[in-house]
Design a protein around this ligand. Structure first.
Ligand code: AP5
Length: 214
C-alpha cells in the first residue's frame, strides 16, 4: 500500500503516518525527519537544507526528489510506504508519478489531513520534538512522562527552530502557494481522500483506517 499524507504544517501528518506505518507494516518516510537527521549529523545536505528550513521555505526540488526516489527503491519499501512531507510541489509530484510509472506502479491513496490555519499556530508552539528519534509531543495534549525528555529514547525534546510563530506563518503561506495545489492534482488522479484533522488524534486515525481498510 503506497500512501501520501497531505496537509498544512502541523496538521498531524507525522502523528498519523507513524501509526499507519505501525499498523500496516510499511516504512514511514518523512523528508523533514531525513533533513533534520542530516542537520544533526552536519552533512553537506543538512547544511544546505537548514538554510531553507530555518526561513520556513522549501528545500529545492533538486535536493529532495532523488533522495526520496532512492529511499522508496530500498528493500523495506517493496510492499509500500507512507510518505510524510513529500511531495510538496507539483514538480515533486510529477517526479514521483514518473518514477513509479517507470516500474509499472502508482500511488494508492493521498490523504489530506484538513486543519484550518487558526488551529495550526497554537499546535506548533506547544509541539516538542525529539531530534534523536523523531518522536513528537505536545506540552498540553501529549506531554512526555518526564518534562523535557523523550519517552522513547531518553534524549532531550525541544521546540523546533522552524516552530517559532513567525516561521510557522511563513510555512503556512508557502503551504497555500506551493503544496495545496497537490489536492487538485491527486483529486484528478482519483486517489484523494480527506479527513477532519481537528478532532482528537485517535478519531483522525479511525477515519484513516476506514479509508485504508482493516
Ligand atoms: P516537515 O518536518 O515535513 O514539517 P511540516 O510538513 O511543516 O509538518 P510538521 O512536521 O510540522 O507537522 P505534521 O503535520 O507532521 O504535524 P505533527 O504530527 O507533528 O518539514 C519541515 C521543513 O523541511 C519544511 O518547512 C521544508 O523546509 C523542509 N521540507 C520537508 N519536506 C520537503 C519537501 N518535500 N520539499 C521541500 N522542502 C521540504 O503534529 C503537530 C503537533 O500537533 C504535535 O505536537 C502533535 O502532537 C499535535 N497534534 C497532532 N494531531 C493532533 C490532533 N488531532 N489534535 C491535537 N493535536 C494534534
Amino acid at each position: 500500500m503506497k500512501i501520501i499524507m497531505l496537509g498544512a504544517p502541523g496538521a498531524g501528518k507525522g502523528t498519523q503516518a507513524k501509526q499507519i506505518a505501525d499498523k500496516y507494516g510499511i516504512p514511514h518516510i518523512s523528508t523533514g525527519d531525513i533533513f533534520r537527521a542530516n542537520i544533526k549529523n552536519g552533512t553537506e545536505l543538512g547544511k544546505k537544507a537548514k538554510e531553507y528550513m530555518d526561513q520556513g521555505a522549501l528545500v529545492p526540488d533538486e535536493l529532495t526528489c532523488d533522495l526520496v526516489m532512492d529511499r522508496i527503491a530500498q528493500d523495506d519499501a517493496k510492499n509500500g510506504f507512507v510518505l510524510d512531507g513529500f511531495p510538496r510541489t507539483i514538480p515533486q509530484a510529477e517526479a514521483l508519478t514518473a518514477a513509479l510509472e517507470k516500474i509499472g506502479q502508482k500511488m494508492d491513496f493521498a490523504i489530506d489531513v484538513d486543519v484550518p490555519d487558526e488551529n495550526i499556530v497554537n499546535r506548533m508552539s506547544g509541539r516538542r520534538a525529539c531530534l534523536n528519534c523523531g518522536a513528537t509531543y505536545h506540552i498540553v495534549s501529549i506531554p512526555p512522562k518526564q518534562e523535557g525528555i523523550c519517552d522513547r529514547c531518553g534524549s532531550e525534546i525541544v521546540l523546533r527552530d522552524d516552530d517559532k510563530p513567525e516561521t510557522v506563518q511563513k510555512r503556512l503561506t508557502v503551504y497555500h502557494e506551493q503544496t495545496q495545489p497537490l489536492i487538485d492534482y491527486y483529486k484528478k488522479q482519483g486517489i484523494l481522500q480527506s479527513v477532519d484533522g481537528t478532532v482528537p488524534m485517535e478519531e483522525v486515525f479511525r477515519s484513516i483506517v476506514a479509508i485504508l481498510g482493516e
